[in-house]
Write a protein that binds this ligand. Structure first.
Ligand code: HEC
Ligand code: HEC
Length: 449
């Protein structure tokens, strides 16, 4: 509903400025018409120019991202409207128009109306944000339907609350990399549309049986025995699973052992290694009930309202009780860091390590983006003739990379091609306070191999 990465407040104020300028224009024309001694065309032109200026500024607002919108608004638009008010006031005075209240009073009433509308809007926003979240794992009491269980899976993927301009994202973090709608491919990770269907056919592929290692062999990273659902960690194991893989097991294995099968073209080292994080390990750490909920959603999402293809069982009351209160509250809160957190905590909360190997951050071995060796990288990026951004030093470059990742797309030396543009989320600006951004930039500007 909301324009991505923009704050509706500034767009809204800009539009109301245009309406105001339009009103002033017609008002002046009306007065000129009523009197013979003033030149309609001269004053019409003056106020017409104001109107066009304010209108163009408003259009420009929609090209800007949130941070720039605020600056533009206060620097230029406020000034224009202030000049407009002054000119309008002079016009009233010089033409001795007494039959109505002066512009300043009208301006005041106009802005009161706008403020009331805005207050109404902002009042409505927090309610949007804090609607009691549909409950996650801990709240399941036993008697739930498959529809509810799949919905729980959907919430683990997308989260239950979304803040204006932020990508919907839940504890599972899947949308950081994956898309789910037909045709929506952002590049570096498979679109999970149709994954239920694929989960059956994948198992018969020669690539599944033999690459990157054979069925029955152990994945060195996760110690999962490939193609053996009966050997999966007990808590996550399908009841009654033996040696026979079914579709559900493929999806589970994809999450618990991403490198057991690497979708062609989406892996590292010649598709031998998956860059996908292990979903049941930190930082994502989905519990067994949560993994199954996600599977239930993946198996049913392409056939809305139909759950016949879901093979995971509903969770028993015992299983859910055994799980630590999965702290529904915490993971439902929109992602935001204030800057009071430690640098580790900030970076992990934001999910940077899922894509970036980051020196100094434990377990940050993500491989979908460049290694963050910015002390060395940044100066080289700025020197690159391809660089068209605005940064002139390392800190500025890092800041720009976080706020506007597409300003410069890094070349991947290993793969011999550009890193995928659009994979790094462009909405971090909504997830950070100014202090947090400063702290993050300071830290990342110092990283080296
Ligand atoms: C950091 C990025 C990233 C995140 C986060 C991520 N994935 Fe993946 N995923 C990938 C990549 C890359 C692949 C392709 C390589 C492979 O097969 O492992 C993949 C593959 C898959 C596959 C196999 C698809 C197929 O067509 O066979 C499934 C299923 C999957 N992911 C599910 C998930 C789910 C569910 C989540 C969230 C709980 C998730 N992924 C989170 C990057 C990610
Ligand atoms: C979903 C994956 C993903 C996540 C999450 C992510 N990035 Fe990135 N990042 C990328 C990719 C891909 C690139 C390279 C393409 C580009 O330049 O836009 C990149 C580029 C960068 C660069 C430029 C690197 C260079 O050497 O020039 C910086 C700095 C950066 N990211 C920082 C961050 C920080 C900080 C976070 C967390 C707040 C983060 N990224 C989260 C994928 C990601």
């Amino acid at each position: 509903m909301l324009p991505d990465q923009q704050d509706i407040l500034w767009s809204f104020l800009a539009i109301s400025f245009t309406v105001f300028a339009l009103y002033a224009f017609f008002n002046v024309i009306k007065h000129c018409r009523e009197r013979e001694d003033v030149s309609t065309s001269l004053l019409g032109t003056v106020f017409g120019v104001f109107l066009v200026a304010v209108f163009l500024e408003t259009v420009h607002m929609f090209d800007l991202v949130q941070g720039d919108q605020i600056i533009f608004f206060f620097k230029y638009q406020i000034t224009t409207v202030f000049l407009l008010l002054l000119t309008w006031g002079r016009f009233f005075k010089s033409e001795k128009i007494q039959d109505q209240s002066p512009p300043i009073i009208r301006g005041f009433f106009f802005w009161t109306t706008v403020s009331v509308l805005l207050a109404g809007y902002t009042n409505w926003l927090p309610q949007q944000r804090s609607d009691p979240p549909p409950k996650g794992g801990a709240e399941i009491s036993g008697d739930i339907t498959m529809e509810e269980y799949a919905e729980m899976g959907r919430l683990i993927v997308f989260g239950s609350s979304q803040v204006a301009g932020q990508k919907a994202i839940g504890k599972g973090q899947c949308p950081l990399c994956h898309t789910f709608e037909p045709g929506n491919d952002i590049g570096r990770c498979p679109n999970l549309f149709g994954v239920e269907e694929r989960s059956h056919s994948r198992l018969k592929e020669d690539r599944y049986l033999n690459e990157p290692f054979k069925v029955d062999e152990k994945d060195p990273a996760t110690h999962v025995l490939k193609g053996k659902p009966g050997a999966i960690e007990a808590a996550y194991r399908r009841a009654g699973a033996g040696d026979e893989m079914i579709g559900e097991d493929y999806i589970r294995e994809s999450m618990m052992c991403p490198s057991c099968y690497v979708v062609k073209g989406f892996g590292k080292a010649g598709d031998k290694k998956s860059p996908m994080p292990v979903i049941n390990k930190p930082p994502i750490s989905l519990s067994p009930v949560e993994v199954n909920a996600v599977i239930a959603w993946l198996q049913s999402k392409d056939t809305p309202g139909e759950f016949a293809k879901v093979t995971v069982p509903l969770p028993s009351a015992d299983a859910t009780a055994a799980e630590e209160p999965a702290s529904g509250e915490e993971e439902d809160a929109p992602i935001f860091v204030t800057g009071t957190e430690s640098i580790d905590e900030m970076i992990n909360t934001l999910g940077c390590p899922l894509c970036h190997t980051t020196p100094g951050i434990e377990g940050a071995f993500g491989e979908l983006g460049p290694k963050l060796h910015e002390k060395i990288n940044a100066p080289n990026r700025i020197k690159d003739p391809r660089y068209k951004g605005k940064a002139s030093n390392t800190k500025e470059y890092v800041r720009e990379s976080i706020l506007a990742p597409s300003a410069y797309v890094v070349f991947n030396e290993v793969e011999g091609e550009l890193f995928p543009d659009g994979l790094m989320p462009p909405d971090f600006k909504n997830k950070l306070s100014i202090e947090a951004l400063d702290k993050l930039v300071d830290f990342i500007s110092q990283t080296e191999g």
